[in-house]
Write a protein that binds this ligand. Structure first.
Ligand SMILES: [Zn+2]
Length: 111
């Protein structure tokens, strides 16, 4: 069972590395390298499904579900803030991603 933990750890490491690369590519050239960044995210999703590992929440909330782009406000997505505890990210492909803010998120970290 030790090996299984090791394999899952490596899978998470690979997912986070792919996400970093995708983010880097999107920031460098939002129009030109979009396909490569999307490919990285596609591979990260494949790794997650194959090894039955969840993509970390902070990464998952920044991936467009319909086109696999990394959502970076001001680069390839627009942000709309509503009255309630809701933020809407609108991707360049037109799909929307809604994120609810909870009380836990708004509290500053105690230390
Ligand atoms: Zn999209």
């Amino acid at each position: 069972m030790k090996d299984e933990k090791l394999i899952k750890g490596v899978a998470i490491w690979r997912i986070s590395r792919l996400f970093e690369l995708a983010e880097e590519d999107t920031r460098k050239d939002p129009a030109g390298s979009e396909t490569l960044a999307k490919r990285y995210i596609y591979l990260a999703k494949k790794i997650s499904a194959h090894y039955k590992v969840k993509i970390p929440k902070e990464m998952k909330t920044r991936i467009c579900k319909s086109c696999n782009a990394v959502l970076i406000p001001g680069v390839n997505c627009r942000v709309r803030i509503t009255k309630g505890p809701l933020i809407i990210y609108i991707c360049n492909c037109g799909s929307e991603k809604k994120e609810y803010i909870t009380k836990k998120d708004t509290k500053p970290s105690a230390k």
